[in-house]
Design a protein around this ligand. Sequence first.
Ligand code: HPA
Ligand code: MG
Length: 179
Amino acid sequence: MKKEIQLHNRYFELFLDATTIQDKVKELAEQIKKDYAGKPLVLLCVLSGAFRFAADLARYLDDATEIAFIKVQSYEGIMSSGLVREQLAATVNLSGKHVLLVEDIVDTGTTIHYLMGKLYQKAPASLKVATLLFKPEALKQAVELHYVGFEIPNHFVVGYGLDYEEQGRCLNDLYILKA
Ligand code: HPA
Ligand code: MG
């Protein structure tokens, strides 16, 4: 694991190592498993950033767990554009199902707010949110988060699925933008 990396024109330093992340994912998965015991679950992974988190969560969940995808975009570079565009609609029928929306990060809350509004229209049996990362200081919209991995400061991070202009998603550790 490197202490510092460069992606495009920016430098990032190590923030959360892979073991710390994996331990947390396992802990969240155990809680989810308990809460949804006997209820078939759909993990709805918000692409692209949540692909790692969703895949690692899925390792620990029941065989009956379904996985589905949805894709939205709100970030340009290191800034939230404030607008959410849906690029791929949910890939399975969610009606009557217990849906857990899986996000990599909640910061302004704009994306999650938008998605919850859209997904409630699909009449799921229940709808909750799991996010690996949460930046409370960045929040602009009230959102309810049911499973949160780490609360982090309001700085740009990359790795473990999160990108800076499409780079960094494959890193196993999480890095934070250097001042
Ligand atoms: N890093 C990468 N993508 C993001 C972030 C971040 O800190 N916040 C919202 N999308
Ligand atoms: Mg991005």
